[in-house]
Design a protein. Structure first.
Lengths: 115, 114
């Protein structure tokens, strides 16, 4: 399997612009996660989906952030409008099912810089 | 109660030495404790994991020690190598209604000097 695929790998955008990050989870995985990684806050869970349905979005920082999963093979994380403090690495990850011992498989991340 | 506290923040070890990273948790509902390894420019990847019904798990040079009563667990890397230089995250996971939750520690940046 190709693993979790994210795009773009790097994005530099100006403050106020809309940013859309994309993710293709591993085929057959029921769970999809969006994480954000920064030096200050470490690895934060933003939102996760089960069978395309958002289950917990309590980690989404504010209304400027939104995530969708229109089908089992695609998800987006959108930031509108973007701000410099959104600069971070955003990881998409997927997992097989709800068993707590399941491995979470991470993509290689989308490196976002907002100037 | 959902936090996982990890220390140290960074660690420098000589080649051949032992690297030790510690983690502590509060919530006794956690039932799975994985460690993830992250190389620069890559996403975290599962390294080794343990359940609270055992006190130790070893895979090659990597060992998890688990102390259920103290709610602490640690990663030991024996004979540390420069290729082990990476960021290590401990985590705690539990099943939950409709899914499961994994909480990550803040990470430890390990540098192994050749």
């Amino acid at each position: 399997d190709a693993g979790v695929i994210q795009s773009p790998r790097h994005e530099v955008t100006e403050m106020g612009q809309e940013v859309t990050l994309r993710c293709k989870p591993i085929s057959g995985h029921d769970y999809l996660f969006w994480y954000r990684q920064t030096m200050m806050r470490g690895l934060e869970l933003l939102i996760y989906f089960n069978n395309n349905v958002p289950i917990d979005d309590s980690g989404m920082p504010e209304d400027r952030f939104s995530a969708k999963m229109p089908n089992a093979s695609f998800s987006t994380l959108k930031i509108q409008p973007s701000e410099p403090r959104d600069s971070a690495v955003y990881f998409c990850a997927s997992s097989l099912d709800s068993y707590s011992g399941n491995t979470i498989y991470f993509g290689e991340g989308s490196w976002l810089t907002v100037v | 109660q959902q936090q996982v506290k990890q220390s140290p923040q960074s660690l420098i070890v000589q080649k051949g030495g032992i690297s030790i990273i510690n983690c502590a948790y509060e919530n006794t509902a956690f039932d799975y404790f994985p460690w993830y390894q992250q190389f620069p420019g890559k996403g975290p990847a599962l390294l080794i994991a343990i359940r609270p019904d055992v006190s130790e798990k070893k895979e090659g040079r990597f060992t998890i020690s688990f102390n259920k009563s103290a709610k602490q667990f640690s990663l030991h890397i024996m004979d540390s190598q420069p290729g082990d230089s990476a960021t290590y995250f401990c985590a705690a996971s539990m099943g939950d209604t409709g899914g499961f939750k994994t909480i990550f520690g803040a990470g430890t940046r390990l540098f192994v000097k050749a």
